[in-house]
Design a protein around this ligand. Sequence first.
Ligand code: FAD
Ligand code: PHB
Length: 389
Amino acid sequence: MRTQVAIIGAGPAGLLLGRLLERHGIEAVILERRSGDYVLSRIRAGVLEHGTRELLNACGVGERMEAEGLPHEGTEICFDGVSHRIDFRALLGREVMVYGQTEVTRDLMAARAASGAVTIYGAEDVALHDLDGSAPRVTYRKGGASHELTCDVIAGCDGFHGVSRRSIPADKLRIFERIYPFGWLGVLVDEPPAAPELIYAHHQRGFALCSMRSATRSRYYIQCPEDTDLDAWTDDLFWDELRRRLPQAVAEALRTGPAIEKSIAPLRSFVAEPMRYGRLFLAGDAAHIVPPTGAKGLNLAVSDVQYLAMALAEHYRDQSNAALDAYSARALSRVWKAERFSWWMTTMLHRFPAFSSFERRMQVAEFDYLRGSVAASTALAENYTGLPT
Ligand code: FAD
Ligand code: PHB
């Protein structure tokens, strides 16, 4: 089989890239290791930046998001029981959209199925070849048979554990990494949210987050030690611990029920530079990871593929490589700012077991400054609602 762009991975990065390329008349085949149902069963991000919402609308997949998503004009930051609201609307005239990654993925999958574009689910042993030449290839197995896909360019959209980044010789990549000594234990529940907006809470016992997926479905997280055993956390233990970490009024309003999903996510900051090797271009989690505290992971995947689609469109339209050559630097400039913001939010709001009394005072001062300064609150709002692409 031959195509123009071989996309590895049918997560949000791969599916959205496919959609954007389709709009430019560029053909792409997506190879995904898992089944479509498996991809949709992963519960991940929940907050879309202003620009992500605009892009989904511009490429014709925003209808259900606009009908069912929840526009939020602000968020609550809470520190040892003291609350400070960041008013995106008043500070910047902007809002974010609360709409789950699962739903974004579902909408992109439906649009792709309707257009007849090819996605191969259940592609095993995907391997990339001849990346540094002019005729790259991808081989894979499906249904016991071996297949080969030839193409002009490969887009590595296969997430942090994918094959794409690992196909680049180690001496051609520079890795920057920080692993945090804790994770997030998340619970999804079919009950109305405890509060109308998201609440990020710092507490002596650890961080907590109240989020939501709809008016009747809530998502909650608590910071947990890195070696936490998921099975040891019964629903009751989770709700008790969450309540302890929330402001009293929110804890009292919390509606609990049986968890319909429960999982632990490790917290990591990671960047691989450059986001290109020969004819392979990395996008999304394949190239970088942020801790979820700033809600940036999915949004960064979106801005990467936006840049990559524009560069590929220029390549095919003008027979020019200029934008493709500039892709990595352009994407990384935005990536590093989101890395900084996510690291900063994480550092202010979590309990770090090894922090000295000095570092704890720095967390308090950080929150005090945020609370007392319109400039600091505006900076948070600007980063949270999304820096320009
Ligand atoms: P992914 O969504 O990881 O998609 C990659 C796709 O590639 C997957 O479908 C995978 O099956 C496929 N793939 C992998 N290897 C291969 C292979 N060898 N061959 C073919 N296909 C392959 N962000 C937030 O903002 N908030 C959150 O709460 C949040 N929670 C998260 C929880 C977890 C457990 C994880 C892992 C991430 C979370 N994120 C969160 C981050 C956010 O979900 C990601 O940034 C986003 O999914 C990135 O999209 P992507 O398309 O780049 O990668
Ligand atoms: C979520 O709803 O899953 C969510 C929201 C905001 C975050 C992280 C996760 O910062």
